[in-house]
Ligand binder design. Sequence first.
Ligand code: AMP
Ligand code: ZN
Length: 460
Amino acid sequence: MDIHLTNTLSKKKELFVPITAGKVGMYHCGPTVYHFVHIGNLRAFILADITRRVFEYNNYDVAQVMNITDIGHLVSDGDDGDDKMTKGLKREGLAVTLENMLKLARKYEDVFLADIASINILKPKIVARASEHIDEDIDIIKKLAERGYTYTTSDGLYFATEHMHNYGALGGIMHTTADHSRLAENSEKKNPRDFALWKFDETKGWPSPWGQGFPGWHIECSGMSMKYLGDQFDIHTGGHDLASVHHNNEIAQSECSTEHAPFVKYWLHNEFVNIGETKMAKSGDNFITLETVREHGIDPLALRYLYLQSHYRSQVSFSWDALEASQTALHRLKKIVAAFPGDGTVSDSYQTLFHEFINDDLNTAGAIGVVWELLKNSDVSDADKKATLLDFDKVLGLELDKNPSELEIEIPENISELLKKRQDARDSKDWKSSDEIRDEIKSFGFDVKDTDEGQKVSKI
Ligand code: AMP
Ligand code: ZN
């Protein structure tokens, strides 16, 4: 069955035609591990996971790479100021050394890998660390220098964008005045759009033909993707905010160093997760991690269900109510599946419908609609429903074969006692005492909700 994807390069939904029949190479911009990832970041990684799962469902041989940025990601797109890892070291009161940088990176990389596992994102086949691919970066920069695309300033080696005739093709965003002025901070640049390939640092980093220092963030993604996937590959994903600068710069470096175009055939970008009108960001105060989700007593997989209900190209407005509603729906679904008998066969007609949705630009929202449609159809036996839903779950990854995991939060003894007292009050319809005890529980930092299954506690 054909697969169609919306390509940010053409801004159109296009038929997917692989570079090599039966194979697909995909690269996903991964996290910068200077802090915990937030649940907005996780949406970008769910897009990566769904892309992989859809291609596997279509029997493609998938080559998949995600990077871990553990060095070199500057805080500003204008190539000024600290890099994010340095910012992380300062935040944690650690000396700014390469050794500490890599230690900090490993700590947050471990949390990242655990986080993606708990929302059932399959570990990318290759997880590549930027700090372990410096030679690849230097090789690309050498080629760019030989071909006259670079110049030196007092703080680094830069890519001269004016030498590339179609620079900024992705989204066409780089040609706006607003973008130019935003990038015009570094006065030694010949053009505000030019960007650092290598940043000098006399005290830290790696040796290079241009002096000691660090690769730029953009070159790292070119280095790691082309090492494992070749000069040209099929799919590149990332959040929508990366398209205008980071991805246009990846294209520029890669195409100008290999003289092969296009570097990537299909660019996929997910829209943001917002809180109210504001994008969730690591630097903002609207930063929610998976740990916060757990502390609210919510199953992390509910977040996956919430995101799959929207198309990846639509914004998601996050709220705790929406997440709780997703949890209720997901747990209901799991209980239904658990009660069905086994040994059924997959329904061809529902499988086709589901397949059409996911192949149509990864329409997971439509695919979830098919799940509920199937459940309503009394012509399909329960055993066949189960077999069909477990087949769908190869893509959805909602662990429909597992019972809902009641989230375990540690409840201190005094809270357990108060809960017992409150239950007694409720059993004797003493609502006043019940409310008073709820307030007392709240004063210890716990919230109680009354559900069909009894009192449910979460941390505030
Ligand atoms: P970073 O670690 O900041 O490089 O971001 C990792 C990924 O998360 C990138 O693909 C970003 O584009 C994406 N991202 C960042 N913020 C959000 C958000 N609020 N919603 C969705 N994706 C995001
Ligand atoms: Zn990247």
